[in-house]
Design a protein around this ligand. Structure first.
Ligand code: F6P
Length: 489
């Protein structure tokens, strides 16, 4: 029997209803790394069993689609998904999402190697939440735990990500009888680097985050580095001791392990074989120049200003290439993101001037691009240039490898990834197979790596790399996690 997640708890719903019921135009499924990874293991609801997804109700028309407890069946091409939405007041949500999750935890968890707020000038210092903001984070996590506890017949609950760290412990306290798994999609920070931001209440709250995660039977992290940092931080807390394969807390063994996330390979492949070339690359093709593509959420963790700066230097040094950079708007209105736009704008203007002087097409835009264009851009690129300062995994390089697999091997390009993205450690040893690794804080290295990649050095995307991405896909990832969860108690 296939292993199934009975309950999936994620901050985001499977989709947000942005159209009224009468309009009869179903909203498309949401996007984002978490959904892409988890979607392949959703079991259709057969009336009594299957997967139930629990997420926040953020869509404009959600209430029209759900019953009074927030339930609905969402029709998908894999069958119906049983779905429950939880509704929150705007101030509770603003504090949970805008303040604690994304102005405190998000910048904090990415501090894996360097005091990024100090070295970049735009990366926000993790902002210690007020007691009131923290109370909202607790309230949202409590609502999720209560909704899961209502599902008494569930054999397991899989809780996802930094917005819901308190849920595993809360769920256990509510007497949930199934197994509880928690997976962190982001990096886990180095305590030494994060220390300056953990004075006073911030440190107490961070301790609660770790204790909350330890309510699970299995805690999954993206990389072995994240795992080591998590265990090091957890065992600093009173009452947590190290054991083989995990830690002991509250008289229970908590298994802790690394599960680098994968992608839905078939989905990328079917789009890569059918989508036409996107309009955005026309100028590059007309100029007959190699195409460099940057694609991501416009987040301060993605190293976008660093990439633009390196490109300016490369153009000035004589490199010739076209650039299409697309940053999807994200977390708009969250104050931690305020300085990023100006930094991107400044560096993009410089890069554009340098490109213009070199006679090269250059476009750096902030836009939502449809999935078909995303995959088509990844397929068409000669260099897919990502440069995360830190990243849980970063699925773009994995998607790009599959998108490029439809090209003849000798025409494929090169993918560049930041050294502190999970993908760099999960695919260490693939440097000659089309996955080049850079330190985004080392401009000289960035310029050199880009220049080499434009010549397809040290190697194009290979069958070996593509084969690995295929075999470590989202389904394999989820199956491994759920199998270990079943064995965890
Ligand atoms: O782990 C990062 C993450 O929460 C992903 O799950 C998600 O795809 C992305 O960030 C976008 O997040 P948000 O829900 O804040 O738009």
């Amino acid at each position: 029997m296939p292993i199934r997640a009975d309950l999936i708890l994620a901050n985001r719903a499977y989709l947000d209803h942005e159209a009224p019921r009468w309009a009869d135009s179903p909203s498309p499924a949401g996007s984002g790394g978490l959904l892409a990874a988890v979607r392949p293991i959703i079991e259709p609801w057969d009336g009594s069993k299957g997967t139930t997804w629990i997420g926040a109700g953020l869509g404009r028309y959600d209430r029209e689609w759900t019953d009074e407890r927030g339930f609905e069946l969402i029709e998908t091409n894999r069958g119906p998904v049983r779905h429950r939405r939880l509704y929150f007041g705007s101030s509770t949500w603003a504090a949970h999402y805008g303040e604690v999750s994304n102005s405190f935890l998000w910048p904090l968890v990415h501090l894996v190697r360097e005091d990024l707020p100090k070295v970049t000038g735009y990366y926000p210092a993790p902002a210690a939440p007020t007691d009131g903001d923290w109370a909202s984070y607790v309230a949202v996590n409590t609502a999720f735990a209560e909704a899961a506890a209502d599902e008494a017949a569930a054999a397991n609950a899989w809780v996802h990500d930094y917005q819901l760290t308190l849920v595993p412990r809360m769920l256990r306290e509510r007497g949930f009888r199934g197994r509880i798994g928690f997976f962190l999609h982001t990096p886990f920070p180095s305590l030494e680097v994060a220390q300056p931001y953990l004075a006073g209440a911030a440190g107490r709250y961070f301790g609660e985050v770790i204790r909350g995660m330890l309510g699970a039977d299995l805690v999954g992290l993206q990389s072995l580095h994240d795992l080591a940092r998590f265990v090091a931080a957890a065992t600093r807390l009173p009452g947590v001791t190290l054991e083989r394969g995990g830690v002991r807390f509250d008289g229970r063994f908590v298994r802790c392990s690394a599960y680098p996330v994968g992608i839905d390979v078939d989905d990328v492949l079917s789009v890569a074989t059918s989508a036409g070339p996107p309009d955005r690359i026309r100028a590059a093709r007309e100029a007959g120049l190699p195409l460099v593509v940057g694609l991501e959420r416009g987040d301060f963790t993605k190293g976008i200003p660093e990439r633009l700066r390196a490109m300016t230097t490369a153009y000035r040094a004589g490199a010739r290439f076209a650039y299409v950079g697309i940053a999807a708007p994200t977390r708009e209105g969250v104050r931690a993101y305020e300085a990023l736009d100006a930094a991107i704008e400044r560096e993009a203007t410089r890069a554009q001037e340098a490109a213009f002087a070199a006679g090269c097409p250059f476009a750096n835009v902030r836009a939502n691009v449809g999935w078909r264009d995303v995959v088509a851009l990844q397929r068409e690129a000669d260099v897919v240039f990502t440069s995360s300062l830190a990243d849980g995994q970063n699925l773009v390089p994995l998607q790009a490898a599959i998108a490029q697999s439809v090209r003849p091997a000798r025409e494929r390009g090169v993918i560049i990834t930041g050294r502190d993205a999970g993908v760099a450690s999960a695919y260490a040893g693939f440097e000659l197979d089309g996955l080049a690794t850079v330190d985004p804080l080392d401009e000289g290295q960035m310029v050199h790596t880009l220049t080499e990649a434009l010549e397809a050095r040290p190697g194009r995307i290979s069958e070996r790399f593509i084969g690995e991405v295929r075999s470590r896909d989202a389904l394999a990832w989820a199956t491994r996690f759920l199998t270990d969860l079943e064995d965890a108690c």
